[in-house]
Design a protein around this ligand. Structure first.
Ligand SMILES: CC(=O)SCCNC(=O)CCNC(=O)[C@H](O)C(C)(C)COP(=O)(O)OP(=O)(O)OC[C@H]1O[C@@H](n2cnc3c(N)ncnc32)[C@H](O)[C@@H]1OP(=O)(O)O
Ligand SMILES: O=C([O-])CC(=O)C(=O)O
Length: 370
């Protein structure tokens, strides 16, 4: 038995949810470029869950369900008020989702019907949880979700209490479409591993949130923003990046396990970043990002991944950087839960082997002889 570090190149599941072939990402066979331009996040979530695009009435039903379930139990909000105000927002989300399970009497029902409904409920509740904590830690009261608005609209509204503008809603909606699923990425894999033991969906999602949190995965979008803030001005970009590369440090938002010739989602986020900069009349962040890309791609051949331009997009939307990875979770929730349903449809416990390389033929030494 020989191990492959990081399971690179290992095919660990069959799936019909999303595919990456020759650098093309597709959800249920539809190219992400087309979905990014034309689909709403709600349509995308439906597509991931049910395998086909919704009809008008199916979409309406989903939108009504998302509205109906968006409120979170008051007890969970009260607990959030007791969390430290400087808690890591992904830790808050992980704990919040875990708490939601305590108030769901069907939490441990793993039938397909119940899991599908819980997937919709979690999709509806995640934005509410995140927006509530963002306000609580700023000393404000959470804002109740609106009915009959899109998920992107509701999230922006619950953050500020103000009607978000159309451009911001469309930009966030498109970012959510782009992040919704990505084959067997680390967090999806951890959700599948958890659920394959026949554990409940909340456990699967808390595993996934914990996995997404790391800076080599979803946490990279916040790390990109920290880097752009440290750079500060365009003239400092070159020295900053050169110094990191000389020290063999990783540049966040670059590289990918699967894409070696570029991430097909990055161009959409770059375009969005450029357009939002123009609207804001300040292109500092965008210009620094482009310069960083030029340097990193030029010197290392590494291309930006989905996290790189999302950092400037979210900042230009006025969103604080510690909400970037939670926003990624809002979007990936549809992918995670689609994979959970798929795993349970044809389940087998996921249990690979390890190539043991430690000492052998050792004896027990009594404690007073060690
Ligand atoms: C949503 C997502 O999860 S997208 C990924 C988000 N993560 C990041 O942006 C973090 C930065 N990127 C990385 O750490 C990596 O590229 C990963 C984690 C995405 C992929 O990791 P792997 O597939 O294991 O790539 P691996 O680490 O083998 O990279 C190959 C080489 O490129 C280098 N490299 C990879 N990414 C970077 C980077 N961002 N900056 C500098 N060098 C890099 C590695 O150091 C390695 O060099 P070496 O061969 O001299 O040791
Ligand atoms: O697939 C991966 O390894 C990382 C990921 O989640 C993505 O790129 O969306």
């Amino acid at each position: 038995m020989t191990a492959t570090k990081g399971l690179e190149g290992i095919v660990a599941a069959t799936s019909s949810i999303s595919s990456i072939h020759d650098g093309v990402l597709a959800y249920r066979g539809i190219n992400i470029d087309e979905l990014a331009e034309r689909a709403s996040y709600e349509e995308t979530a439906y597509l991931l869950w049910y395998g086909k695009l919704p009809t008008k009435s199916q979409l309406l039903t989903l939108q009504q369900q998302l509205s109906e379930y968006a409120a979170v139990p008051q007890a969970v909000l009260e607990q959030m008020k007791l969390y430290p105000k400087d808690a890591n927002t992904m830790a808050v989300l992980r704990t919040g989702v875990s708490a939601l399970a305590l108030y769901d009497e069907n939490a441990n029902d793993i039938s397909r019907e119940s899991n599908q409904l819980k997937a919709i409920k979690l999709q509806a509740q995640l934005p509410t949880l995140i927006a509530a904590y963002a306000r609580i830690r700023d000393g404000k009261e959470p804002i109740a979700p609106l009915k009959d608005v899109s998920l992107a609209y509701n999230f922006l509204y619950m953050l500020s209490g103000e009607k978000p503008d159309e451009v911001a809603v469309r930009a966030l909606d498109q970012a959510l479409v782009l992040h919704a699923d990505h084959e067997l990425n680390a967090s999806t894999f951890s959700a599948r591993v958890t659920i394959a033991t026949l554990s409940d969906i909340y456990s699967g999602i808390t595993s996934a949130i914990g996995t997404l949190k790391g800076p080599l995965h979803g946490g990279a979008n916040e790390a990109v923003m920290n880097m752009l803030s440290e750079i500060g001005t365009l003239d400092k970009a070159e020295g900053y990046i050169q110094n990191k590369l000389n020290n063999r440090e990783k540049i966040m938002g670059f590289g990918h396990r699967v894409y070696k010739n570029g991430d097909p989602r990055a161009k959409h986020l770059q375009k969005m970043s450029r357009e939002l900069s123009v609207l804001k009349g300040d292109s500092t962040l965008y210009d620094i990002s482009v310069k960083v890309e030029e340097l990193v791609t030029g010197q290392k051949g590494l291309k930006p991944n989905v996290d790189f331009y999302s950092a400037s997009v979210y900042t230009l939307l006025g969103i604080p950087s510690d909400l970037f990875t939670p926003i990624f979770a809002i979007s990936r929730l549809s992918g995670w839960t689609a994979h959970i349903l798929e795993q349970l449809d044809d389940n087998r416990i996921i249990r690979p082997r390890a190539d043991y390389v430690g000492p052998t033929n050792q004896r027990y030494i009594p404690i007073d002889m060690r």
